[in-house]
Write a protein that binds this ligand. Structure first.
Ligand code: KG4
Ligand code: ZN
Length: 355
């Protein structure tokens, strides 16, 4: 962190009053304006689905090119929707990692330039800190301490969240992320990109008990996850049934979705008990999954814990969560300068000491 001049009369709290968030870590270009880290005044998302669909996955070079084309219009739209001019902004929060560096650099350069022009502070936000912030953004009465389950295309991890302290990583995937598993299974089933929503849609017509799939690590000690074995089990079933009839696709999708989400619920329950926590936040793109949302709500009723799962639009990548996380950092006095760098990988917070 380096010192950046803050306009006179604009202290820590002032900087967090009206924050523009910019998110461009992968294939979504997003901008949002959030008031005091809590009230979403606007949230604009430009999706690149059409750009990447023909390739069946995100092509990094195409992603950054499209970000360059769309960023000005997306930010302008966010300001228009919020009914504010850029001059009213008090701070700028931008995702600086982890993600595709070429994509991140587009948002980062734009954020730096705008902060400089407006003379307002800039702060870099870790993408996962953004996802975690979506819980308190969705329900302002939700507060630490709580367990944060992050389930996205790149991450599957459990964090202990305490007030004013860095998140503590309790466990994460040893191989694939759960969203990645959804995306790979979609490919195996011949479903379109993006895979997660396509698998979920196919699963609606299928029988979740038709294929006996493993629940990797679910009953075992520890808080790690593993999804590569489950994906391989699906690949074997696909080979066995090929050519797949539409009902095969639906049944395999439903069985995979049930297995993948069962593991998440089992691990979250174990972590809550181990950590003595009574509150759970489920965040990240996979938290948009209906079956997961229903299962987590059932577990919460049975075990008596409180749960927040943000509305789907706040689960998948968006900039409101970045603005909210950034507002919290700005309010604590954190500032980044023009030297702020993008990073492709970096853990969030601290690691829990070995039990
Ligand atoms: O958080 P996110 O938008 O981006 C990352 O940070 O990765 O998460 C994207 C992931 C993708 O793997 C996508 O397939 C998955 O979330 N996803 C879903 C659903 N919607 C998005 N997975 C299962 N069911 C869904 N409804
Ligand atoms: Zn994400």
């Amino acid at each position: 962190m380096s010192a950046v001049a803050t306009p006179a009369g604009q202290g820590r709290e002032g900087a967090a009053r009206l924050v523009l968030g910019v998110e461009s870590s992968c294939d979504e270009m997003a901008a949002a304006v959030v008031e005091r880290g809590r009230r979403i005044l606007s949230s604009v998302i430009h999706s690149q689905t059409d750009v990447h669909a023909p390739y069946g996955g995100v092509v990094p070079e195409l992603a950054s090119r499209d970000h360059i084309r769309s960023i000005s219009a997306v930010v302008e739209q966010a300001l228009r929707d919020a009914g504010t001019g850029a001059e009213a902004l008090t701070g700028i929060a931008v995702t600086n990692g982890p993600g595709l560096v070429g994509s991140l650099l587009v948002g980062l350069s734009f954020g730096k330039a705008l902060a400089l022009r407006l003379g307002v502070p800039l702060v870099g936000v870790h993408h996962l800190a953004g996802h975690l912030a979506s819980a308190e953004l969705a329900d302002p009465s939700f507060a630490p301490p709580y367990l944060g389950l992050v389930v996205s295309g790149g991450h599957t991890a459990l964090y202990r969240i305490e007030d004013g302290a860095p998140p503590v990583l309790l466990g994460q995937t040893l191989d694939d992320a759960v969203g990645e598993a959804f995306d790979k299974v979609a490919k195996l089933l011949g479903l379109p990109f993006p895979g997660g929503p396509a698998v979920a849609a196919a699963a609606v017509r299928g029988d979740p008990e038709s294929v006996a799939l493993p629940r990797p690590l679910a009953g075992l000690p520890g808080l790690e996850f593993s999804y590569s074995g489950l994906k391989t089990a699906v690949a074997i079933e696909v080979r066995k049934r090929s050519p797949l009839a539409p009902q095969d696709v639906a049944d395999i999708a439903a069985s995979f979705e049930a297995a993948a989400t069962d593991v998440l619920v089992a691990r979250a329950r174990r972590a809550l008990a181990q950590e003595g926590l009574a509150r759970l936040a489920v965040v990240g793109g996979v938290a948009a999954n209906r079956r997961l949302r229903v299962r987590v709500a059932e577990a919460a009723r049975e075990d008596g814990f409180r749960v927040v799962i943000p509305p789907p639009a706040l689960c998948t990548d968006n900039a409101a969560m970045i603005a909210a996380a950034g507002a919290a950092l700005l309010a604590r006095g954190e500032r980044d300068g023009p030297g702020l760098e993008a990073f492709s990988r970096a853990p969030l917070g601290a690691r829990a000491p070995a039990a």
